[in-house]
Design a binder for this molecule. Structure first.
Ligand SMILES: [Zn+2]
Length: 475
């Protein structure tokens, strides 16, 4: 490579609070446009913002997990700019005195360990949303996102490869989700990535002019955009021209990068301390409490699943891809299902249906107790494994209990010895030729007899029991 790329990231993550950062409006996604708004988040005259304490605590969790320094005293600032999605004319953010300074995440790359340092993590409010409908000369404005709490994680320009960016984003997302700091739902815009990119010739120490690509709402887009931008800058430099500092937008549909506006400098925003809010004071006692309340992180969960539930590493890996799936699994075994069998069903059938129907585990109609009930029915022989799949599909589509479905459909497996013997005797009596052959050594005819029994019971006989009784009666 003739040029070395240098990338720094700024990641906006929505904090998982129920209400906005400075008012009581809900943060819930998907509300009808302009229904989550009030005089505070609309910046009406005479109102005062009040900081959401839980938002601060969620930000503190991220500091503890990334070795950041929580500041004993931090201040909100006003970032002044005009844009139609910002009714107040300013955004409340943090500038000179962020809540968290420093921190880092260690990556395991193909070429060894790599540390990505953080410059800071600060809190801020989100802006509203402009909706541009193609072919419509008017644009629309939705206030619902105004004042939704965010943390902005600003890294140092420590990335030199796309692999590092990719590993980092996934690791950060895992921390956000497992700590409960954010729902981490990318489709709902919970995580947005900005990237600063520059290239410099091999051997040169100082960084060249950088550009910034804003608002990438998926990791795939972020990686593609960074790759495109490195290529674009390489072209410019190769032609003997200079890269100009500007803000760019990536269009993932056409794979092109276009300028958004010339880059503002910090002084363009006329930052000043937010006069309507007191400083945020944090003491050690508060930090200790947040540390003691940190949820179990993915590594810990994975190891515990292996030790406590005796699962193979592979199972533990898959079951801990999200805290919700892990919780579901543990509820199933909490209801008495066998840990390994429950794992097979969650990894197989449950995840299959979630993927096919694109629903979350919360929306999934088969509750943990219902899946446990089904697994126990397989274990005690009241239904067969193949019938269980049919029952499960029905449970997933209508949310009914397995026992009811089994009873209604007459799917109960016949395991009663007396009942099975009656059928088997009938099969033996009506197939004298096969019995002769079996007795003279053609023992593989056992499959034929099992088949006949299954046919007569319309598949309801317990095949293991049938095998045992058949061998007994034929010898
Ligand atoms: Zn509000």
């Amino acid at each position: 490579m003739k040029y070395i790329p240098t990338v720094g990231l700024e990641i906006h993550s929505q904090l998982a609070t129920k209400t906005k950062i400075f008012c009581g409006c809900p943060t819930a996604f998907g509300g009808e446009s302009n229904t989550h708004g009030c005089p505070v988040c609309l910046g009406m005259p005479g109102v005062l913002p009040v900081l959401n304490k839980h938002a601060v605590e969620l930000a503190m969790r991220m500091a503890l997990l990334t070795n950041g320094e929580i500041q004993k005293r931090s201040y909100f600032a006003r970032k002044n700019y005009f844009y139609p999605d910002l009714p107040k004319g300013y955004q409340i953010s943090m500038f000179e005195f962020p809540l968290i300074k420093g921190g880092y995440i260690d990556l395991k790359t193909e070429n060894g360990p790599k540390r990505i340092r953080f410059n800071r993590i600060h809190m801020e409010e989100d802006a509203g949303k402009l909706i541009h409908v193609e072919g419509d000369i008017e644009s629309y404005f939705d206030v619902n996102r105004c004042g939704v709490p965010l943390i902005e994680t600003v890294t140092e320009p420590d990335f030199g490869t796309l692999e590092q960016v990719s590993l980092f984003l996934n690791q950060l997302k895992e921390l956000l989700i497992f700590s409960g700091a954010s729902l981490g739902n990318m489709e709902q815009g919970n995580i947005r990535v900005d990237a600063n990119i520059s290239i410099r010739p091999q051997g040169q120490k100082e960084l060249n002019t950088r550009t910034e690509i804003k608002n990438m709402n998926s990791f795939v887009n972020a990686l593609a955009a960074i790759e495109h931008e490195i290529a674009r800058q390489t072209d410019i430099v190769e032609q003997g021209k200079k890269v100009i500092q500007e803000t760019l937008l990536y269009d993932p549909v056409h794979g092109i990068i276009a300028p958004m506006r010339s880059k503002e400098e910090a002084h363009d925003y006329r930052y000043f301390p937010e006069p309507d809010l007191v400083p945020v004071f944090v003491d050690d006692e508060w930090i200790d409490r947040i540390r003691s309340e940190l949820p179990e992180m993915r590594n810990e969960k994975r190891n515990r699943f292996i030790q406590e539930h005796g699962l193979p590493e592979y199972d533990a890996e898959i079951l801990t891809t999200s805290p919700d799936i892990a919780k579901y699994y543990e509820l199933v075994i909490g209801e008495g299902a066998d840990p390994k069998k429950a794992s097979n069903w969650v990894m197989g059938e449950v995840l299959r249906i979630l993927n096919e129907t694109r629903i979350t585990i919360d929306e999934f109609k088969v509750k943990p107790s219902m899946l446990a009930e089904l697994l126990i029915m397989i274990d005690n022989g009241s239904i067969s494994g193949s019938m269980a799949k049919t029952v499960f599909d029905e449970m997933a589509s209508n949310g009914r209990h397995p026992k009811i479905i089994v009873a209604e459909k007459g799917l109960t497996q016949i395991s009663d010895k007396g009942e099975l013997k009656k059928v088997i005797r009938e099969v033996i009596e009506s197939n004298p030729n096969e019995v002769e052959k079996y007795k003279s050594g053609k023992t593989n005819l056992i499959a034929f007899f099992v088949g006949q029994v299954m046919k007569m019971t319309r598949g309801k006989a317990n095949p293991q029991e049938v095998n045992v009784i058949l061998r007994e009666m034929l010898s």
